[in-house]
Design a protein around this ligand. Structure first.
Ligand SMILES: CCCCCCCC/C=C\CCCCCCCC(N)=O
Length: 601
């Protein structure tokens, strides 16, 4: 390197001397010219790339809008519709819809049409759909030709799909223009399984650029709105799903979760969702972001409008077909024995994680869930996860941002940056020491966020440190399990996010809330999220009482400041169990739902 450098230096000196021999002062002109043209070319190339990215972003956005428009026109041309019948269809719970399709009382095509129309209507208000899946029509027509004994478990059920899953013939770019205009050749595994079960994937839904935030906006498709308050975000990253399902435009959908991306929009939009144990549901065919990072992995999971729908879909998904498509999915099919077990469970609960306070409605939701479970005969006891903020900061954040944000920066080079990723993008750009100092400063205003960002700013530097990180994660998993066993728990209930939906675009103010969800990605425990209650005026009164909700950090201060207009927003409960015990999670959720559904305000 040094030798090469000295050769280059000698060559420059020789050229300089040669030029000066010809004409004194010539070397300055030539070298000046070379440097200026190199700088101009650099700026021109970067500028051109940025211009191209902007064009791609604009074209993808317009193409998606046009696709929705084409579908709308197509539906209009089909002639008169029966709005009452369509409303009846889209109001049905998933299990009722399934029954009617199975019995042949409804045709797959008419159900598809009702949902297409409804999804487009909801999208006009909430901007949650990225594009329709046009092949849905052919699928529905084929299904209608089947004889009753050929019908499959999800015969004719329309399914919405987060845009980050591969759908044959469509782009899968997560908002990075470098991946745009490259239609994928094959459906992702979960899309294939849904189709093999007779379901009809019919629309793709919105997400935040790069998927690593719980906002829901990207430069191509813009920002998605919350179905319960148009000024608020739906959560993310599966925010398009949350918004569409919560807004009534889909009955079941597919999301993905590495830090809360299924559960956060479920809380914000009042829908049901399940983040399974990694590899219980195949994640093949999900956009491979962070795919070489094996310590905390992204997982696909179902989201649904109602509890029975979530159970029905999970049961249908956990089939041998999943294992055939992806042999790394263990051949562990839906365990009726766990789901239908009648003996009472021991369920742990906590209402807050040390350091990040929980909104009074979130506390109340857990307490109502606790009462519901007690009424159902379960034993509910207190449990506090050991050193949660520290574990998420030092383990989850180091694993997920261990590349110094390099992957995202690589894909975003000369791309249009969305507001939702600016914080992590520019933090990643800072020189390491400066980033560390900034993290410390953040810690003065928002101690848990400071801790998280310090974790992200001090990733492993060598392979040996990466191995040690893996060891530490294993050690934390053992520590957590020991605490779990000492209380003889079968399951756990807790808040899934310690506040309701925040004003769109302000998610960075409450980032530290992710410790509530990411903990269970770090541990790789299955976790479900379900609506339990809504924010009341009385909750807001208590929110403003420092003895109930101490405004100890920037997050809490922001939640108080942002609380106007939150009355009526949904709040849920997170239900957790041991790895590969999704059925226990569902059983606990069902037992809570049976009681709280009837009294939900
Ligand atoms: C390397 C640069 C350091 C950047 C620091 C960024 C700090 C951001 C803090 C928290 C972000 C965690 C987001 C996880 C949410 C992911 C949602 C999901 N995809 O499941």
């Amino acid at each position: 390197m040094w030798v090469g450098h000295s050769h280059a230096h000698q060559a420059v000196v020789k050229i300089h001397d040669y030029l000066e021999d010809i004409n004194p002062g010539l070397s300055r002109k030539v070298f000046g010219g070379v440097i200026t043209s190199a700088a101009v070319s650099y700026v021109a190339v970067r500028g051109y790339r940025y211009y191209r990215a902007r064009r791609t972003v604009k074209e993808r956005g317009e193409a998606a809008k046009l696709a929705c428009h084409v579908l709308r026109e197509h539906l209009e041309q089909e002639g008169p519709v029966d709005p009452q019948k369509e409303a009846m269809i889209t109001d049905l719970e998933l299990s009722e819809l399934k029954q009617k399709l199975w019995k042949g009382e409804l045709k797959a095509l008419e159900v598809l049409r009702a949902y297409q129309r409804k999804a487009l209507q909801v999208d006009e208000k909430l901007n949650c759909v990225t594009e329709p899946i046009f092949e849905a029509e052919a699928l529905a027509v084929e299904l209608d030709l089947l004889s009753p004994n050929q019908r499959k478990p999800l015969h004719g059920i329309p399914v919405s799909v987060k845009d980050s899953f591969n759908v044959e013939g469509y782009d899968c770019h997560a908002g990075f223009s470098c991946f745009a205009d490259k239609p994928v050749e094959r459906d992702g595994d979960i899309v294939q399984i849904f189709k093999s079960l007779g379901a009809v994937p019919f629309v793709r839904t919105n997400f935040p650029q790069g998927l690593m935030t719980f906002a829901c906006s990207n430069p191509m498709y813009g920002a998605t709105k919350n179905p319960h308050s148009l000024t608020r975000g739906p959560g993310g990253s599966s925010g398009g799903e949350g918004s569409l399902i919560g807004g009534g435009g889909s009955v079941v959908g597919i999301g993905s979760d590495i830090g809360g991306s299924i559960r956060i929009p479920c809380q914000m939009c009042g829908v049901y969702g399940l983040k399974p144990t990694v590899d219980r549901i195949s994640n093949q065919g999900h956009i491979p972001l962070m795919s070489g990072q094996n310590l905390v992995r992204m997982t696909a999971g179902p989201m649904a409008r109602d509890m029975d729908g979530l159970i029905l879909v999970t049961e249908a998904l956990l089939t041998p077909r999943m294992h055939q498509l992806d042999p790394y999915v263990p051949p562990l099919f839906f365990q009726d024995t766990l789901y239908e077990k009648k003996s009472p469970l021991v369920v742990g609960f906590y209402t807050a994680i040390d350091g990040v306070h929980s909104h009074p409605t979130c506390v109340r939701a857990v307490m109502e869930a606790k009462t519901a479970l007690t009424q159902q005969g379960h034993k509910v006891i207190e449990f506090q996860p050991p050193r949660a903020v520290e574990a998420v900061s030092n383990l989850f954040m180091k694993a997920c941002f261990g590349d110094d944000g390099e992957e995202t920066a690589l894909y975003l080079k000369d791309d249009v940056l969305d507001r939702s990723v600016t914080f992590s993008y520019y933090m990643g750009k800072l020189p390491k020491r400066l980033r560390y100092m900034v993290s410390r400063l953040i810690g003065f205003m928002d101690p848990p966020l400071g801790q998280l960002v310090v974790g992200a700013s001090t990733p492993p530097r060598k392979i040996l440190e990466w191995w040690y990180l893996q060891d530490k994660i294993q050690a934390y998993k053992r520590e957590f399990f020991a605490a779990w066993q000492s209380r003889k728990l079968d399951a756990l209930i807790c808040p899934g996010m310690p506040f309701p939906a925040v004003t769109a675009g302000t998610e960075d103010n409450v980032l530290a809330g992710i410790v509530y969800t990411t903990l269970y990605n770090l541990l790789n425990y299955p976790a479900g999220m379900m609506p339990v209650t809504t924010v009341t005026q009385d909750d807001l009164k208590r929110l403003k009482d420092p003895s109930v909700y101490p405004p100890s950090g920037a997050l809490e201060k922001f939640v108080i400041q942002d609380c106007e207009g939150t009355v009526g927003l949904p709040i849920g409960v997170q239900c957790v169990s041991l790895p590969y015990h999704e059925e226990t999670v569902l059983r606990v959720m069902k037992d809570i739902d049976t009681v709280t559904k009837t009294t939900r305000n």
